[in-house]
Design a protein around this ligand. Structure first.
Ligand code: DAH
Length: 344
């Protein structure tokens, strides 16, 4: 019996010595120390031995068990460290290697421009109109009639306006000015809003014209509003958008929904007024239309023109972006060529 235990001991220690992995150690542990192991069997059957044998075999079996356990644990630690080191070595990260570059998205130049202009006006106390006050699919009533544009006005010509098949008077809006009407019908003065959005015109496409483009409409209605207020707000907008106080010029003009009306020019940003190809030699660039809200329009929406006055303005977003960034073809905004888009 002593010999058997001795044999188990040397077999176990030999196996431990030759173990190569922590998994091996666990196998050896099962083989020599589990409940079904030979050594455990001997301990279980001690009761069948003579008293004298018990006194020798019992302690010996315990001693060998402890020894195997100790050896197993030591070897396990050693192998565990070795495996861990190997793993760390293999999974080492070289932080000096160049990373892999993923293409990243950007905001489209048009959206950037709309956001920038909106923020300028928000800084002056304007807020964005609600979406429902600025629909792209419009009726002639809001796009024209209420804005004092009579049925025989050339702007209503089918040449310019996209009609739909929904109903004879349902169109794609040709200007954002209809948002003025929606706003004035749903809120009371003081009103200070801007309405950016898409507009559609049935024109032939060229470097300067696309039949879809964007405008930003502005409207302010309150007591005692004068042309001087319009001038101040427009000059401040131009100063911030173009980055410095540029000379501006208010040219007499006509829009059916404003009286008086003006077109506002800014000194050519390419040639500083000397005259170049961009400004067709004039030294000036037209950037927006504006004016005092026509009393007829105020009456149309139930606002008393004897009590209230206001101004409105409208600008082309593509045009403003083209002037600021020297973009020479409006179609570049819509082709979505990344070589163009990623420059901004
Ligand atoms: N809606 C005009 C256009 O599309 C632009 C415009 C001019 C808007 C004068 C205005 C304004 O609000 O007062 O040409």
């Amino acid at each position: 019996m002593q010999q058997t235990i001795e044999n188990i001991r040397s077999k176990a220690l030999e196996a431990i010595k030759n173990a190569l992995t922590t998994d091996n150690i666990e196998e050896i542990r099962v083989e020599f120390l589990s409940r079904k192991s030979e050594l455990n069997n001997i301990k279980k059957n001690l009761k069948d031995l003579s008293n004298e044998e018990k006194r020798i075999i019992g302690p010996l079996a315990n001693k060998v068990t402890t020894e195997i356990e100790t050896q197993l644990n030591e070897k396990y630690q050693e192998l565990y460290q070795k495996e861990l080191n190997e793993k760390l070595e293999k999974e080492q990260i070289d932080v000096t290697l160049p990373g892999s570059y993923l293409p990243y998205g950007k905001t489209h130049l048009l959206t950037q421009t709309i956001n920038e202009i909106s923020e300028i006006f928000e800084g002056m106390g304007f807020s964005l109109v609600k979406n429902e006050n600025s629909p792209e699919v419009e009726t002639e009533y809001f796009n024209f009639d209420m804005l004092n544009i009579p049925a025989d006005h050339p702007a209503r010509d089918v040449q310019d306006t996209f009609y739909t098949t929904v109903a004879p008077n349902v169109i794609l809006r040709s200007q954002t000015s209809g948002a003025q009407i929606h706003e004035m019908l749903t809120s009371k003065p003081p009103i200070r809003v801007i309405a950016p959005g898409r507009v559609y015109r049935n024109e032939s496409v060229s470097a300067r014209k696309n039949n879809l483009f964007h405008q930003i409409e502005g409207l302010l209605v309150d007591k005692d509003i004068t042309f001087a207020d319009l001038k101040g707000v427009m000059n401040e907008f131009i100063r911030i958008y173009f980055g410095s106080a540029r000379p501006t010029r208010f040219r007499n003009s006509f829009f059916p929904f404003t009286e008086p009306s003006a077109e506002i020019d800014v000194q050519c940003i390419m040639c500083n007024g000397k005259g170049c190809r961009v400004c067709s030699g004039s030294g000036w660039l037209e950037i927006l239309g504006a004016g005092m809200v026509d009393p007829n329009v105020l009456r149309n929406v139930g606002i008393d023109p004897e009590v209230y006055s206001g101004f409105a303005f409208g600008m082309g977003v593509e045009r403003l972006a083209m002037l600021k960034w020297a973009v020479d073809d409006i179609r570049l905004f819509f082709n979505n060529d990344v070589r163009f888009l990623k420059q901004f």
